[in-house]
Write a protein that binds this ligand. Structure first.
Ligand code: ATP
Ligand code: MG
Length: 494
């Protein structure tokens, strides 16, 4: 790709960007949130029409007008937000739009047997055990991704674009994905790997291209660069990637949870959270962490147990109860639960803070503007204006809007479920500093993350969840990856 330019409603997003990849190479594409990585790839596959520039495959110019054409030429795209049909089976998803037909072909009768056989064969080729008849909605995100990869193999792909493929995967699923990537690579498939996780890039990629503000910065061999080097290319200066220190001392107990249980999800959960404390929650995927948080917030109440806030027992049966009691919940699924993607940034933020910006039920637009402007400034949301639709923002910037809309409400208790998913290094650090600032103001935070180093770096105390029960607590100072994992896997009980 050479000299690629692309503007959206007059705002340039790609400015003379370029990119190249060789056969059988795993090539990382990195850059801050909003740098233009996803857009560049969408230009490549014909999702977006470029304003200028050239795309060559094996030396010949191409111009794909839609993703189907790119796919026919061997380029497949696994999007940042997966697009699967949850009510159809794995097999139906795989063959959608590329059904195998029975002769005489003109009748359009599908050959179910042939498709079943091909689906099985493709799964085997990837080395994953997924029954093609399973309805899509029963699969984990990692498994759904495997189906997407299988789909691209059916299309006989030569280059596969993976846009933040591990953002929603468990460590075990990530390992499976890496094995699949190795296999594809050995078969000569080129992979464009977009991720904010530096460790992964240094583990599986051969080369890296960095973009900044819609422009090409540089391409390097992984063996000839370093993480510090990559950060410098991405943001144009050095940043300290260590976790920021916090001076807040934990105060009085803010939240107390006693014997919270929900059949099939979690049992006998008891813990406390103090003012100004950051309580990390570690656990394997499916351990019940998110369900416990939904129970605290009221979006999926528990069957039994009690919740005390400032020593007073409270009844939290709906999210409204949760909000009234000063709880803010930043959910892990921003697309489904966190944002209204068709609404502008200001509307999304306002929606959570109507009390604060209205008089007698009428929104005061001046107050709204102040609140929204301050929120955007505080979280460094990259957008053309507060009126931009959240659906148009880059993934990481959407996450910042979710944070912004909750923090404006001055919560006392902040539940953060995977708050840094898909967020770039600089913005991650911003989020850590905001958590620290809030702690200094006496807010208690519950911090859930699948990235263990982050839990260790940020928490005063860590609560490990193992199969819906508390595996144990460890003080932040004494926590190591090993002792936390031991509690999370229940190995301590053996
Ligand atoms: N359809 C669209 N309409 C208007 N602006 C858009 C559209 N798609 C992307 N943009 C803008 O283009 C810029 C680049 O976005 P892009 O999604 O390519 O970033 P990214 O590098 O993939 O970031 P992230 O790491 O957060 O996913 C952003 O500022 C975004 O708001
Ligand atoms: Mg992106």
């Amino acid at each position: 790709m050479k000299g690629i330019c692309k503007s959206f409603s007059g705002v340039p997003v790609l400015k003379d960007a370029c990119f190249s990849i060789s056969g059988g190479e795993v090539h990382a594409l990195m850059g801050e949130n909003g740098a233009g990585k996803s857009t560049l790839m969408k230009v490549l596959t014909g999702v977006h029409k470029r304003d200028a520039g050239e795309i060559l495959i094996d030396g010949s110019p191409v111009n794909f007008l839609r993703p189907k054409e790119a796919e026919a030429a061997g380029i497949s795209f696994i999007y940042q937000e997966l697009n699967t049909m949850n009510d159809l089976s794995v097999e139906e998803n795989m063959f959608m739009g590329r059904e195998i037909l029975k002769p005489p072909f003109g009748f359009g009768i599908t050959d179910k047997k042939a498709m079943a056989a091909k689906a099985k064969e493709t799964m085997a080729q990837l080395g994953v055990a997924i029954d093609p008849n399973t309805p899509m909605r029963f699969l984990s995100v990692g498994q759904q991704q495997m189906v997407e990869i299988a789909k691209s193999l059916l299309a006989d792909c030569k280059a596969l674009i993976m846009d933040e493929p591990t953002a929603a995967l468990s460590p075990a699923e990530t390992r499976t994905l890496f094995k699949v990537i190795e296999r594809l690579k050995a078969n000569g498939v080129s992979i464009i790997y977009i991720s904010h996780r530096m460790e992964e890039i240094f583990e599986i990629c051969d080369r890296i291209t960095v973009m900044r503000d819609g422009q090409y910065i540089d391409t390097k061999k992984i063996s000839e660069t370093s993480m510090a080097d990559v950060v410098r290319m991405m943001i144009g200066r050095d940043i300290d990637v260590r976790f920021p220190g916090r001076s807040a001392k934990a105060g009085a107990a803010l939240l107390e949870v006693k014997g919270l249980s929900k059949k099939g999800f979690f049992e006998d959960i008891s813990f406390s959270l103090c003012a100004g404390e950051v309580l990390g929650v570690a656990g394997l995927m499916g351990a019940g962490r998110t369900e416990i948080m939904h129970a605290l917030f009221g979006s999926a109440p528990a069957d039994s147990g009690s919740i005390f806030i400032n020593g007073r027992q409270v009844s939290i049966r709906t999210p409204e109860d949760g909000i009234k009691n000063g709880i803010a919940f930043i959910t892990e699924d921003r697309k489904l639960e966190g944002l209204i993607l068709d609404y502008a940034i200001d509307a999304n933020i306002a929606l959570n803070n109507l009390d604060r910006i209205s008089n007698h039920g009428v929104i005061n637009t001046a107050k709204e503007k102040v609140l929204v402007t301050e929120a955007i400034r505080r979280l460094l949301v990259k957008c053309s204006s507060a009126k931009q639709k959240t659906g148009e923002l880059s993934g990481g910037n959407q996450q910042k809007v979710v944070l912004a809309k909750w923090i404006c409400g001055n919560p006392r208790i902040l539940i953060l479920d995977e708050p840094t998913r898909g967020v770039d290094v600089g913005a991650k650090k911003e989020i850590y500093m905001i958590i620290n600032q809030l702690a200094e103001q006496g807010i208690g935070s519950i911090f859930i993350s699948s990235e263990l180093p982050e839990v260790l770096g940020m928490s005063d105390r860590i609560m490990a969840i193992h199969e819906g029960r508390i595996g144990g607590f460890i003080a932040g100072k004494e926590a190591t990856q090993e002792n936390v994992m031991t509690l999370c896997t229940g190995a301590a009980n053996d």
